[in-house]
Write a new protein. Sequence first.
Length: 339
Amino acid sequence: MERPWLSMAMPAPGRPLQPTWHTMLPLAGPGQVRIAVAACGVCRTDLHLVDGDLEHPGHPLVPGHEIVGRVAALGEGVRGFAFGQRVGVPWLGWTCGACCACRAGRENLCEQARFTGWQIDGGYAEQVIADARYVFALPERYGDVQAAPLLCAGLIGWRAYAMAGADAHRIGLYGFGAAAHLIAQVARHQGHEVFAFTRAGDAPAQALALELGAAWAGGSEDEPPGAPLDAALIFAPVGALVPLALARVRPGGTVVCAGIHMSDIPSFPYALLWGERRIVSVANLTRADGQAFLALAAALPLRVQVQRYPLTHAQRALDDLRAGRFAGAAVLVPPGEPA
Ligand SMILES: [Zn+2]
Ligand SMILES: [Zn+2]
C-alpha cells in the first residue's frame, strides 16, 4: 500500500488550514505531471486567500504557488520533462490560449486563467498535479528551499521591475520582503541604485536591504537622500503607500503596484500625479516572464534569505508573514525532506 500523503487545506474562507491525509495518489491526466513536493514558498497572496480578501473557490483550498519538486508521474502526451527531474510550479496554472489577451501575448490577463493554489490545488502538500506547459525547469545553483521563492517573489518582482521602465536608475522598493530582497539584487547587478522603504522601525528588513546593496533604507514616510526616484515598486498591500511613493518619484516616473490585493488608496492632490507620473499594477505572470527571470537567476548568484517551516506549521508561517516576524521569504518543507 502507498504511504498516505499530507496536504494543508483551508476548508472555508477565513478558517485556519487543516492537515488532510490522503491515501490515493492524485492522477496525472493528459498533459499533466504529478510532482513530489520538496519545498513550497509562502506568498502574501496565500495570506490574502486565507484572510478572505480574495474569492474562495468553493471547495477546500490548498494554497501554495512557489512549488519545487520532482516529477513523479507523467501524464499522456507530456514532452520535455523526465521522471525524477526537478521542476518549479508558479502561480499561472492554466490559460485558454484563445481569448483576446492570450492571443495578444498577455496570457497573464487571460479571462479564464486558473491559478495554482487558488482554482488549482497548490503546493502546501506532499503531492501536486500541474499542467506541464506551465511548469519550469529550475537553475541548478539553488537548493530546493532557495529555489521556491524565485517562483513568485522572483517572477512577480521581475515583472514589476520590468514595468518600471528601462530608464529607471534610482528605484524605490516599498515593503522589503520576499520579492524586494531578490529584485534589489537584480537591480544592483544591473547597476541601479536601490532605496528600501519598510515599516517604520523594521530594523531586520532595513539591515537586510543594506547588506544586499541598497544605497539607503528607512521607514515608508522617510525621505531618502539625493534626487527624486525614477520609479517605485510597491510590494506591501498598503494603499496609503501609493501617494507616498508618488511624492518620491520624479516627473515621468512610475509607481508599480505589485500585489494582488491592496487596501484602499486614500485620495491625494492631483499635483502628485501631474508631470506625467504613472501608476500601474502588475497582474500575475506570463511564461515568458518566468523564462526570462529564471535565466537571469541561473546567471546571477542571488542570495535567497529563507525562513523554513515544516509543512504542518503552514498556518504559523502565514501568521508570521502577517506580523512581519521574519526577513526574506518563508518556505514550507514537507515531512521527510531535509529541513
Ligand atoms: Zn505569489
Ligand atoms: Zn485566455
